[in-house]
Design a protein around this ligand. Structure first.
Ligand code: HEC
Ligand code: HEC
Length: 327
């Protein structure tokens, strides 16, 4: 992720300096740009990609827990994928969905094996969306995959685009502090996400589903096995994207405020995912900020949840060095 972030800054600087005109030819674009869905023809492929985009931006309306067709109720909450994968998965450091298609199948430490792009989507379905996996041949799954593939148009296999993930700001030497975060929340988040973190539902009489402002905790939020429930992911996402409208070039919160408010958010009640102890079967590969055990090291669940993480990383490094490299 560190490399991802540096690449991006380099590209941003290039853009500021201005590229020589000869570098801006159609054949060899110096900077990859997000392909435009609206420019697709209205043929079968164009319709599939548009459908996939709709499923990402209005997930709740198609596969949410309140849709009329009970057989389509895959998501367990009324979030949209794009509540986290902002701008329909096209915003840098808002966990974008572009340029990923060729990265799969990909080794997943969480599952301890290679996973397909459908598995990756289902991982968010089971955790971020607190729901159940969709079959690979479900039309809605195929449409989402078609959209992700479209968002990789012009990216050759193996090329990593700048801006992936949620960014990487410096870490604190101390544990992130939910009590300080509570004050940040009251000042910078509460007006939108609400004092109780429940967000603001839409109120259109016809499409009365989903949120104008999504919840950050409570029964309709992501569950405790989700990536957003881990401090490092949450703090970086918040730093580079919240309050809504902030981006990586114009963060609004200080680094410290972002760590503390993320600590406050992940301390609040949310749905529980069963069998979390089975995640990350190879414990040495478990991200240091996984807030649930078991762990390979001796640090407390509390330190894994709130940091500081450097001592944990050092312990893991030592354990890895002791372990025979046979696996
Ligand atoms: C609550 C926030 C949230 C929601 C809602 C959500 N995701 Fe995610 N998603 C994440 C996080 C966090 C990651 C992990 C990013 C990382 O690796 O640091 C992720 C990762 C992914 C990835 C892999 C991205 C990468 O960089 O490798 C895909 C694909 C994905 N999600 C698809 C979806 C789809 C499709 C939906 C809706 C069905 C969805 N997500 C809903 C938070 C969310
Ligand atoms: C101006 C209103 C506004 C403010 C202020 C704001 N947010 Fe958000 N937040 C949003 C909206 C809207 C989304 C969904 C974005 C989308 O769907 O494009 C969102 C999404 C999120 C998400 C991912 C989706 C989810 O439900 O988990 C997190 C996490 C988040 N905000 C945290 C925060 C934190 C922490 C703060 C305070 C530092 C904050 N936000 C301040 C409007 C706001």
């Amino acid at each position: 992720m560190g490399r991802r972030f540096q690449n991006c800054l380099a590209i941003a600087m290039l853009a500021c300096l201005g590229l020589p005109a000869h570098a801006q030819t159609r054949t060899a674009p110096p900077v990859w740009t997000v392909p435009e869905v609206g420019a697709l023809p209205n043929d079968a492929h164009g319709q599939l990609v548009r459908r996939g985009r709709d499923l990402i931006t209005a997930t709740y309306a198609h596969i949410g827990p309140q849709v009329t067709d009970i057989s389509k109720r895959y998501a367990g909450n009324n979030l949209a994928c794009s509540n986290c994968h902002l701008s329909a998965g096209t915003k840098k450091f808002a966990i974008p969905l572009f340029g990923l298609y060729w990265d799969f199948p990909q080794y997943s430490a969480r599952q301890g094996k290679d996973i397909s792009i459908e598995d990756r989507i289902n991982s968010c379905m089971a955790r971020s969306m607190n729901g159940k996996p969709m079959p690979v041949d479900l039309p809605e799954m195929q449409a989402m995959v078609a959209y992700l593939r479209f968002l990789t148009t012009g990216v050759p296999p193996g090329r990593e685009l700048p801006g992936l993930g949620a960014g990487k700001m410096p870490e604190l030497k101390r544990a992130a502090d939910p009590a300080r975060g509570k004050a940040v929340y009251a000042r910078a988040c509460s007006a939108c996400h609400g004092p109780d973190g429940r967000g603001i539902p839409r109120t259109h009489p016809i499409t009365d589903l989903g949120y104008m402002i999504p919840p950050l905790w409570g029964p309709d939020s992501f569950n405790n096995g989700a990536g957003m429930a881990r401090l490092i992911t949450a703090a970086n996402f918040i730093h580079f994207n919240m309050p809504h409208g902030a981006d990586y070039l114009n963060p609004q919160l200080s680094v410290m405020q972002a760590w503390d408010v993320a600590a406050y958010m992940i301390s609040q009640p949310r749905p529980a995912k069963p069998n979390l102890d089975r995640d990350f079967p190879a414990l040495l590969e478990k991200p240091v900020d996984t807030p649930y055990g078991p762990y390979a090291d001796k640090f407390s669940e509390r330190q894994h949840k709130y940091g500081p993480f450097a001592p944990i990383r050092n312990a893991i490094k030592k354990l890895k060095a002791q372990k025979p490299q046979s696996q």
